[in-house]
Design a protein around this ligand. Structure first.
Ligand code: BJW
Ligand code: ZN
Length: 239
């Protein structure tokens, strides 16, 4: 303790005020589509074009969205220069666009594609990919979205960095996640066990609320800027 390390863990709720649907709320992504039909390796193997159409629509939507005050507040905490890490479950790229640099993507990115055969991975910022499914320019095999589906392991280096940060942190902010999806949700538990002060920011109570040291009930885009104001951290200095 006393190290001043800050870890911010984010989920889909942080992008809600940018107009991007969460997964499990009313009107969420999983209300319109069964996750087992689009977010598993089996679903992709069975119907790659269907899965790609789903991700193409998500890319188009994310491309037209803008970072909100919650994304900017998180970037502003990093900009103070204290030891910091952001570990996000989000794939939309809005944290990066708000100026966050010290971040790990636990569930991959909508803006990266990976070859199903040679494992070549690269950035692809086009909001729409034509024709679907896209193919690898190295070996010709089919490309897949570089996101983490159910039953797939999280990227080892990224998850390792987040685990280390959870054990080192003095303050952890858990923002906009239902804390239902593992192993991401184990990070806040690890932080608690290591003695961090863990604050959950979410308009609803979650499975984690009773464990957290504090629950700040409200939208992230309101609560985070208010916290920064109280802490004397300027919001404006970030790119
Ligand atoms: C606001 C707000 C505002 C609203 N401000 N807040 C039992 C059965 C079967 C499987 C399992 C099981 N137990 C554990 C598992 C494993 C599984 C899992 O956890 N399942 C649970 C759902 C039960 N996990 C996995 O499979 C993971 N891999 C794994 O375990 O590997 C080991 C293994 C290997 C081999 C075999 C078996 C295991 C991988 C998980 C990958 C998750 N992938 C997704 C899709 C990513 C790609 C894509 O985007 O399409 O990641 S699922 C989806 O959920 C997405 C999210 O990152 C993730 C978390 O969701 P999140 O962000 O918390 O969103 P919501 O909607 O749940 O919550 C939003 C919150 O925001 C709410 O609380 C709102 O109140 C709040 N909010 N407005 C602040 N303005
Ligand atoms: Zn290839």
């Amino acid at each position: 303790m006393g190290r001043g390390n800050v870890l911010v863990l984010t989920g889909a709720g942080v992008s809600r005020e940018s107009g991007i649907a969460t997964f499990r709320d009313a009107g969420g992504v999983w209300e319109g589509v069964d996750p087992m039909q689009v977010a598993t390796p089996r679903a992709f193997a069975a119907d790659p074009k269907f899965v790609w159409r789903f991700y193409d629509a998500r890319r188009a939507h994310a491309a037209s969205a803008q970072p909100n005050p919650a994304h900017r507040a998180i970037a502003a905490i990093e900009a103070t220069g204290r030891p910091f890490l952001l570990a996000t479950q989000n794939v939309d790229g809005l944290h990066e666009r708000a100026g966050s640099k010290k971040l790990v993507r636990l569930h991959g990115s909508l803006w990266r594609v990976r070859c199903t055969a040679c494992a070549a991975e690269h950035e692809d910022l086009r909001p729409k990919l034509e024709p679907l499914p896209p193919h690898c320019t190295v070996c010709g095999a089919m490309l897949r979205p570089a996101v983490v589906w159910f039953e797939e392991p999280l990227p080892m280096i990224e998850f390792g960095r987040a685990q280390f940060a959870a054990r080192e942190a003095e303050l952890v902010l858990v923002v906009g996640t239902s804390s239902l999806v593992y192993p991401a949700a184990s990070l806040q538990m690890a932080a608690l066990e290591s003695g961090a002060y863990v604050v959950e920011i979410n308009p609803e109570t979650t499975s984690f609320s009773a464990e957290a040291n504090e629950h700040l009930a409200g939208p992230a885009g309101v609560v985070l800027p208010a916290l920064l104001l109280a802490a004397g951290i300027p919001m404006e200095q970030v790119v």
